[in-house]
Design a binder for this molecule. Structure first.
Ligand code: ZN
Length: 228
């Protein structure tokens, strides 16, 4: 019963992740073809949102080459946009640039979620590397404390992924509010286009959270299958 449940969870998470990737790529591709009426580049949009949010000292720069490498780095106070977003004057660029600026607004507001996610980054990195080895080693040595350490370490990954959800949803909410409030999004159709990009991106974070829970369930079963 438990095995069936964990198997379904794992399969479901793989399918959801594949669907989310397909969906975000499709939405971005489609909205890249739609020029925004405001006509600003992603970089100008990000700078505009930062300025109107009275965020100072954040640099908008080009991200390292690659697709969808856009991110906000709170420690460097840098907002980095991929080439297509940095130079783009389309709805995908508009939405993504405003979303990243939304993270800078969270930073300005000292958002608890953003802060907690920052704290959880090393937990997730170490947990992802060491959780499985520790728990499996604990199982083979029949050491409950070691198993506990392994499960707690991998729990850090789940914790990080779950914290990511409110942070990302809030950044998108701020993006839509800023775009609508400033008139950078003028029509319902434009708003729909921007929303389609942001909501499919949000789905990738949901998929990552479900995957991490499925991973934890697999680990628990593997450890306790050894008749502990
Ligand atoms: Zn984000």
């Amino acid at each position: 019963m438990l095995y069936a449940f964990a198997g379904i969870l794992l399969l479901g998470s793989v399918l959801l992740a594949a669907y989310a990737q397909w969906s975000v790529k499709g939405a971005v591709k489609k909205q890249r073809l739609v020029p925004s009426r405001a006509g600003l580049t992603g970089r100008e949009v990000a700078e505009f949102v930062l300025r109107s949010g009275q965020v100072e000292g954040v640099l908008v720069e080009a991200a390292p080459p690659g697709e969808l490498t856009d991110h906000y780095d709170p420690s460097a106070r840098a907002l980095r946009l991929s080439e297509a977003v940095y130079h783009g004057r389309d709805l995908a660029a508009l939405g993504i640039a405003a979303h990243e600026a939304g993270h800078a607004l969270q930073h300005r507001d000292r958002s608890t979620w953003l802060w907690m996610r920052g704290v959880a980054v090393p937990l997730a990195q170490w947990g992802g590397r060491l959780g499985f080895p520790f728990a499996l080693l604990g199982a083979s040595m029949r050491s409950l404390p070691l198993i506990g350490v392994g499960l707690a370490l991998f729990g850090g990954v789940v914790f990080f992924q779950l914290l990511t959800l409110p942070v990302e949803l809030d950044a998108s909410k701020r993006a839509i509010r800023a775009l609508r409030g400033s008139g950078l999004v003028e029509t319902i159709e434009e708003e729909k286009g921007v929303r389609s990009v942001l909501s499919s991106a949000a789905l990738t974070y949901v998929a990552a959270a479900v995957s991490s829970i499925a991973g934890l369930a697999q680990l628990v079963l593997r450890v306790f299958a050894r008749r502990f």
